[in-house]
Structure formats: structure tokens, C-alpha cells
Design a protein around this ligand. Structure first.
Ligand code: GLN
Length: 465
């Protein structure tokens, strides 16, 4: 059954059909594309039940009526399993629903299942999941990106209307780029983190992966806003991106260091350069920006994110949640064996790195230094927006790589995050949109706006896209 693109397509379909029909279409597609391994679990029964109750109720007062969501496996949904794609949470069921998800459900959306991701959202290729790798629907031999690879793959294959992801260092935007869809990371504090499984608490944000910028703006508007359950959520009111008037030609910032970057894939370079030239031809002004910290972005990110992860993941001890080693004979063994058996190699690597950078004797040299550099990165990022409206770059310097090419060298993998982590370290909103490229594999363009100007980011993305 043909569905037109995005939520508009769903709404057109629902003029003549029931939500239940829609859910059945998605269920059939999910079954068809099971080999992508995008869904860990499909909630067929509860989705159909919710569809029937929506059908009985009708669309009145429900702006997201019939929107079918896939939800990354680190966003809590009451009464459903929640596992961060890790063995250590095997058997755990969530006792409450994340605020960002609840707000979408309250507006008429429904959840069709939980989506595969990298274990505890650590990765850039969706190959660290306990449930196995996810395949890219555009080329199943290639990775969908990570960590929200299941979300991007499900959306690109048409298995849901909108997928929710989380982004600590690029995990919404990079998989969106690799799968040819739109993915948006809100400003830090714009969307409540209540109900997310924390990775790096000062970096994490949940956001939408969608087929269109309009859908991303719509979903963001409902997810965003103050939440008494998250002390870091911003009090500021949410402005509807649809109310932002396009202000004519924009000042487009591009980092000189990105223009000159070596090691960018030639197809990405060509697509990006051609796009920028096209924008200039339409009258937008190119503003070259100097950013001396490009080389320290990834190290700073990995010092801070692993430090926070080592603390956040200490709660998974074999006692409170999920998996407990059957071999353990004492409390100490319960901790050691459950964690040794329950966490995968990448998660252990991060916990060890994080514990190291926080330990006495190294704290000043690594963690404290990391925090100082982060401040410089934030100041430099703020200063960009005195000269320009929006900063553009490719989302990833690479094209989606082969599944078997990955996982050998962690450092290579960490460099995947080169162009995305700045927005997390500085707290800015950023979006990845697909742009034309010569090859068969998609290329993503990243747009970054000033902090808490998410509404403008959407407006500019629409104006430039
Ligand atoms: N690839 C990055 C990491 O592994 C980003 C992950 C994320 O944004 N959750 O940490």
C-alpha cells in the first residue's frame, strides 16, 4: 500500500482509512523488512489496541492523530521492555514513560515498537548492540550509522511515520545522514531528559528522525518545553517554527577548517561544495569562520562523555535492574560478574576510560582540562553567530561504510563524530538534512543555530533545503 511522504501522507491516508488500517500496513512492512534488524520488538497488540481507541475517539483536538512512532531502546515507555540494546537490562520493563514520548502520545501518536541502537547509545555504526547490527536499507551491506541506527533504518524503510532517537555526540544526525532522512538534535535543555537512559547527562538530548523538515519541526514542538521532572529543562516557552518568517538571504557560516579538511570522502566534499555554491547562487552570503578547536573536539567529547558514562552506568550492578549473573555467590561477585557478563566490549572500554579520567592524579590533567576546553568551544561557537545566522557542514565526513569494515579500530570510529560533537559540547541545536549527491549513497548536510533558537533552525533549514 502506497503512503505519501511523512505525516502529511499519513493524514491524507486517514481521510479515507482507519488508524488501525495504517498500523496494519506498518506491521506488514516491518515483517517484510525484518532482515534489517531495525526493531528489537514490535508491539503489535498494544499498537492495534491504541489504534482502535484512536479510531473510536476521532482526530478532534489531537494534532498528531495517527502518527506511528518507533522508539529507540533507551527511551522509557511504561509497561514495555527497555534495554538500551544491552544484555545487562535483559528482562527490564519500564515503570514510567519519558516526558518527551508522553507528550507525543497525548497529542495522538502511538508506539509500534522499540528500535535497535548501539549498546547504551555508544557507537557510530549500530554494531555494538546486544541484538546484533542494523543494516542500512539503502545498501544492506552497509551500516545505518549510530547510535540511533535502528531509528534511521526504520524510517528510511518506511516502517514508521517518525522515529525517536537520542543524540549525545551525533547519534540522531549521523544515522539520519547515512540513511537519507532528516534528524534533529534540540538545544541542550529544550527537551526533557526525564525517562531517557542517561549516557552523558550534560550532552544528551532526545529528538526526532523524520522524512521531512516540517515533520521534525512539528514533533519537536510537542516534545519540547519545560518539565518539572528534569531540572535541566529550560523554562523558556516553545516558539512554533511555522510562525518564523523567512528573512530573505541568510548569512551562512562555514568553518575554514572544514573547507580545507583532509580526509573527507570525495563524494561528500563534492556534494557539500556544490550545495554551498547553489546557495550562494540563490543570494545567500557565505561567511568563512575560523575555529581553532576542530582537532580537540573529539578528544574533549570523549573525556567528558566517558566520565559521565562511567558514573551513569554504575547503577547497573546486577542488583537493581535486569541481568544478574547466575554464577555469583556473594555481593561482590554479583557486581563483578553481572557487569563483566552484562556489558559489551565498547561499553566496558568507555567505563574504564571514564573512570581513568576521573581518578585521583589524572582528574586535573584530563577531566578538568576537558571542561576548560569545553568552555572555550562554547565561547567560540557563540561568537560564530555574531557573524552568521547558521553554520553549515557535512554531517559526517564519510559515506556509510561496510558493516565488516567497522569495529576494528575504535579511534577511527570516534573520528566519525568530528563534525557533530560541537553542537553537543556547546549545547546548540543542529539538524541533518539529505542533499543531492552524485553517488548512490546519501549525503547529509548539518545546520547548526544559536542556542535555544531551535525554531529558527527549522525555519532556516526549510528556507535553505
Ligand atoms: N558516536 C558517539 C559516541 O559513540 C555519539 C553517540 C551518541 O550520540 N549517543 O559516543
Amino acid at each position: 500500500m502506497q503512503l505519501e511522504k511523512g505525516f502529511a501522507g499519513v493524514q491524507a491516508f486517514l481521510e479515507t482509512h482507519r488508524v488501525e488500517d495504517l498500523v496494519r500496513i506498518y506491521l506488514a512492512r516491518i515483517e517484510d523488512r525484518a532482515s534489517l534488524n531495525a526493531f528489537i520488538e514490535v508491539y503489535a497488540e498494544s499498537a492495534l489496541e491504541r489504534a482502535r481507541s484512536l479510531d473510536a475517539q476521532g482526530p478532534e483536538g489531537l494534532p498528531l492523530f495517527g502518527m506511528v512512532l518507533g522508539v529507540k531502546d533507551n527511551i522509557a515507555y511504561k509497561g514495555h521492555p527497555l534495554g538500551a540494546s544491552s544484555k545487562i537490562l535483559d528482562g527490564f520493563e519500564s515503570l514510567y514513560t519519558a516526558t518527551c514520548l508522553q507528550r507525543l502520545i497525548d497529542a495522538g501518536a502511538l508506539v509500534i515498537g522499540r528500535l535497535n541502537c548501539d549498546e547504551f547509545a555508544m557507537g557510530s555504526a549500530n554494531i555494538t548492540s546486544y541484538y546484533g547490527p542494523v543494516k542500512n536499507p539503502i545498501d544492506p551491506e552497509r551500516v545505518p550509522g549510530g547510535s540511533s541506527g535502528g531509528s534511521a533504518a526504520a524510517l528510511a524503510a518506511g516502517l514508521c511515520t517518525v522515529a525517536l532517537g537520542t543524540d549525545t555526540g551525533g547519534s540522531i544526525r549521523q544515522p539520519a545522514a547515512f540513511c537519507g532522512v532528516v534528524g534533529m538534535k534540540p538545544s541542550y535543555g529544550r527537551v526533557s531528559r526525564y525517562g531517557l537512559i542517561a549516557y552523558g547527562s550534560s550532552l544528551d538530548q532526545a529528538g526526532p528522525l523524520c522524512q521531512t523538515v516540517e515533520d521534525a519541526a512539528l514533533v519537536w514542538r510537542f516534545m519540547a518545553g519545560p518539565d518539572p521532572l528534569d531540572m535541566t529543562s529550560s523554562e523558556g516557552s516553545v516558539i512554533d517554527p511555522a510562525e518564523i518568517e523567512s528573512k530573505g538571504p541568510l548569512r551562512i557560516g562555514v568553518l575554514k577548517q572544514v573547507m580545507e579538511m583532509e580526509g573527507m570522502h570525495p563524494e561528500v566534499r563534492e556534494a557539500f561544495d556544490a550545495y554551498i555554491q547553489g546557495l550562494q547562487a540563490k543570494g545567500h552570503e557565505l561567511v568563512p569562520l575560523d575555529f581553532p578547536y576542530l582537532d580537540v573536539l573529539v578528544p574533549t567529547y570523549y573525556v567528558i562523555s566517558t566520565a559521565e558514562a562511567s558514573s551513569n552506568l554504575s547503577r547497573f550492578d546486577g542488583v537493581h535492574y535486569g541481568y544478574r549473573s547466575p554464577e555469583a555467590k556473594s555481593l561482590e561477585e554479583t557486581y563483578i560478574l553481572s557487569r563483566s557478563e552484562g556489558f559489551g566490549a565498547e561499553v566496558k572500554r568507555r567505563i574504564m576510560t571514564g573512570t581513568f579520567v576521573l581518578s585521583v592524579g589524572y582528574y586535573d590533567a584530563y577531566y578538568k582540562k576537558g571542561m576548560q576546553v569545553r568552555r572555550l568551544i562554547q565561547q567560540a561557537t557563540d561568537s560564530f553567530f555574531e557573524a552568521c545566522d547558521v553554520v553549515l557542514s557535512p554531517t559526517s565526513p564519510n559515506l556509510p561504510f561496510k558493516i565488516n569494515d567497522t569495529g576494528k579500530d575504535p579511534i577511527q570510529m570516534y573520528l566519525e563524530d568530528l563534525l557533530t560533537v560541537q553542537a553537543n559540547l556547546a549545547g546548540n541545536p543542529a539538524i541533518s538534512i539529505p542533499i543531492p549527491s552524485k553517488g548512490k549513497l546519501p549525503v547529509g548536510l548539518q545546520l547548526m543555530a544559536p542556542r535555544m533558537q531551535d525554531h529558527k533552525l527549522f525555519a532556516w533549514a526549510k528556507a535553505l533545503g
